[in-house]
Design a protein around this ligand. Structure first.
Ligand SMILES: [Zn+2]
Length: 427
């Protein structure tokens, strides 16, 4: 129902997007077996019935066939998605598209800080930079009005250095993955370091309420959530009330029920990228859409993202097939003891079909609660996985993000192939 309403509002733009791909984009021209009806007859049931849903692997396999013949490939820039298997996906954008999307994003940021400008000082994070001859991964770098902070080394003394660099640089705003920023916030709080930043934009992964409120408190800042991807750039951005509003000038998003997942998947159509257009593209996130009115948006579509990507379903001995969301639900449910939080962060590693390791990054102020928490956690998890699976609990100081994506996954299956890096998590 919500898909149909959203479609109705965007119908003209969707129609133009389809017209463009049928005329100019080889992949669609060759693979779509239908003709567009006149616009009066173009409705959601037609769209749903005839326009196929596009899988990431399909785009990866036919990457350049998605480039419009109206553009010269050499004039487009691209972002690369990491991907878990095979070739990376190159996501092309024209100069016009980049400018348009960047403007849209800046409009969102200025809803938080009206005079924020691209020339203001800001801090961001990086995984690695190539120097002339070597790879840089662990230095704080100054680049004009930008401060670049390493993403992976979060040992105590390093964090101290990052915080002192940030404090001297005095950025107006900062953006980066919530785990990295959360690690800084945790340390600043324990060392009582006073740092004020006007806006922190969290991106790259799902954010928990716990992480968000600590970041707000420590940096005395406003916190915005940026939900984006390499394929589409910003897809949704939060308002001050915390709703994740779809950037519907440029995107139409559907939420489609998947029987085998027993959940709703997000399917995204670009209304603005005519150089490398993705139509009904399965982005790989689970969530629903709602139409609301709030103080900053009189009528708008908001996303309710569900933590846990689709790949986060896993098997266990005894024919069990479990959604990794299970752990987040239980841990969040148990974590609030007498009004104070026990677990900051966690990660579950599947090391064998019958063995799990649960890493917990805990609030040490609640030392007396840790033991009883672990007993309760074990009991609750066993209710779902049964008594045959071996469970280990490991208290850690921090949880490292995946160097390929910068994301901190809360479930990692080490029994799968191609997870060499993840094995390092065991150390
Ligand atoms: Zn809102």
């Amino acid at each position: 129902m919500i898909n149909e309403i959203f479609f109705g509002e965007k119908k003209d733009k969707i129609y133009s997007a389809l017209k463009n791909v049928l005329e100019n984009v080889p992949y669609y021209r060759e693979n779509w077996g239908f003709k567009l009806p006149p616009i009066e007859k173009f409705d959601y049931s037609f769209f749903q019935q005839f326009v196929p849903i596009l899988e990431k692997d399909e785009v990866r396999t036919h990457n350049d066939q998605f480039i419009s013949t109206r553009y010269d490939k050499n004039e487009l820039t691209f972002d690369v998605t990491s991907g878990t298997t095979g070739n990376p996906l190159l996501c092309y954008k024209s100069k016009k598209e980049r400018l348009k999307r960047a403007n849209e994003l800046w409009k969102q940021r200025r809803m938080f800080v009206p005079d924020l400008s691209v020339y203001d000082r800001f801090a961001r994070f990086y995984a690695y930079r190539m120097n002339e001859e070597y790879l840089i991964t662990n230095k704080v770098l100054h680049r004009g009005n930008e401060l670049h902070i390493p993403l992976f080394d979060y040992s105590e003394d390093r964090i101290e250095e990052y915080l002192s660099e940030i404090s001297q640089f005095h950025p107006r705003w900062m953006h980066g993955p919530s785990t990295a920023i959360f690690n800084l916030a945790k340390h600043a709080k324990s060392k009582k370091i006073d740092l004020k930043i006007e806006l922190i934009e969290l991106n790259g992964e799902f954010v928990t309420d716990i992480q968000q409120s600590l970041i707000k408190e420590v940096f005395q800042c406003k916190v915005a959530n940026h939900y984006g991807s390499r394929e589409f750039w910003a897809m949704a951005y939060s308002c001050e009330e915390g709703h994740l509003h779809v950037l519907d000038e440029s995107l139409f998003i559907e939420s489609i029920y998947n029987e085998s997942l027993q959940d709703y998947e997000l399917v995204v159509t670009s209304l603005s990228n005519d150089a490398w257009p993705l139509i009904r593209y399965k982005i790989g996130d689970v969530g629903t859409i709602e139409k609301i009115s709030c103080n900053s948006h009189s009528s708008s579509y908001v996303l309710h993202l569900k933590k846990g990507r689709i790949a986060d379903y896993f098997t266990l001995a005894g024919n069990k097939y479990i959604n990794a969301i299970t752990f987040s639900g239980i841990i969040r449910g148990l974590s609030n003891i007498k009004g104070s939080l026990v677990v900051y962060q966690y990660q579950v590693l599947k090391v064998a079909e019958n063995e799990l390791i649960i890493k917990l990054c805990m609030n040490k102020e609640n030392a007396e609660n840790i033991k009883s928490f672990i007993v309760r956690l074990g009991t609750e998890i066993r209710k779902i996985i049964g008594n045959e699976i071996i469970l280990h609990f490991k208290i850690v100081d921090s949880i490292q993000p995946d160097p390929k994506t910068g994301k901190c996954r809360d479930f990692v299956d080490l029994t799968k192939k191609g997870v060499e890096y993840e094995r390092a998590l065991l150390e």
